[in-house]
Design a binder for this molecule. Sequence first.
Ligand SMILES: [Zn+2]
Length: 467
Amino acid sequence: MRSTVLLATLVLGCAQPRGGSVPPPADATADTEDAAVVGLAAIPSPTSPRIGDPPAPRTIVFRNARIIDGTGAAPRSDVVIIGDRIADIGADMPIPAGARSIDLAGRTLLPGFIDAHVHLGASPQRNHDAAVAERVRSSEADVALQAAANARRTLEAGFTTVRNVGGSFADRSLRDAIVRGDVPGPRMVVANFAVGITGGHCDGGNGLHPDVFAERTGPEFGTADGPDEVRKAVRLQIKHGADVIKVCATGGVLSQGDGVGNPQMTDAELVAAVQEATRADRKVAAHAHGNAGIRAAVRAGVHSIEHGSVLDAPTLAMMKRAGTVLVPTLSAARAVEAMAEAGTISAESAAKARAIAPKMRDSFALAVRSGVTIALGSDAGVFAHGTNGGEFVEMVRAGMTPMAALTAGTATAAALLGRRDVGRIAPGMLADLVVVEADPLADIATVLRPTLVMKGGELYVTPAWAE
Ligand SMILES: [Zn+2]
């Protein structure tokens, strides 16, 4: 009977199963029919396989784990995985026949990490000129192949789900290739091209000769002026597979020719983007550094503020009332400061980096105290992919408790991404799990070096002690 209960939990435990199949209770129908023929209530034969039955899903039991389940609940010790799902959790669980048992010997088991702000198609360049040359030279194929390598690094660092907020149509191609199993990588929620004004932060042609970049402008590439063009830009991103819409409400650090704090999209443009996305059941993520642009985006109804560098108490109160999530990207602040120091970005960007980075950290500390909802987002792509875990460290360093940071990078990020099947260790959830050697509540830096990474019940990083 226990296996029947487990299967019922698997089927019913998740309100919105996506991107993975739940093994059906293969024997149930056959047993009912057999029982009718011979007139018996039940035939106890669930363990004898028959010709034509699908192979039994693989079962793995993690034993002696210190579990941080993403909800802040008390630690428990055993987790049973059947196929791609978490089947059961408890202490001293019986190990099903044929199951693989992995003794964690007190190591910490966490939900797979979730980064709500990455750019897998972007990689840091050695200097500003090299970055420009890369943009001029790269085809979508170049971007996609680099992104695939970045996806693997991200997964191996324990990040089993990411939200890719701004890039190109290569992003939805990579998302689909990962779902097919063609390349290893995290589950991806993608925006395709970010939507913003001509000459704004998300206009990839800033500072380039029009002859070189003229073909990659317009709503299809996210460049839009006026509410009608913004609607078209949003519709085009969705037409080409976007799960989420990214808008650029203010200037940015690494874009040329725009003030980092200046508002860019008008109120009417922001409202048009939110309306159009909402009509298609998509959320909107707004890149916003300056306070006026943040407030305009929150008023328009965006679901998350990315960066949020200049926050104050009234703005945080607005966000709490509206349910707007803050995605702080403290790692990006640290990275652009280092690049300014090393002289690897333009003088203009270096000046913006020095001005905005300390403000972002102060705003984050204020946000933590305010109780606004915070989801982890690193902005990997500005710095090396696979070092996303540094964001947990930055968040703790800037005033968050380790447990709150871990929740921001698991359950809270999952909710922002609209993925109810990841981000927690609970029956029915996808088996996305990470093992770290130390106690992250005492030493948060241990999350930088996960020694075991599982996604959908498959092991992508396996230590010698688990073999
Ligand atoms: Zn970004």
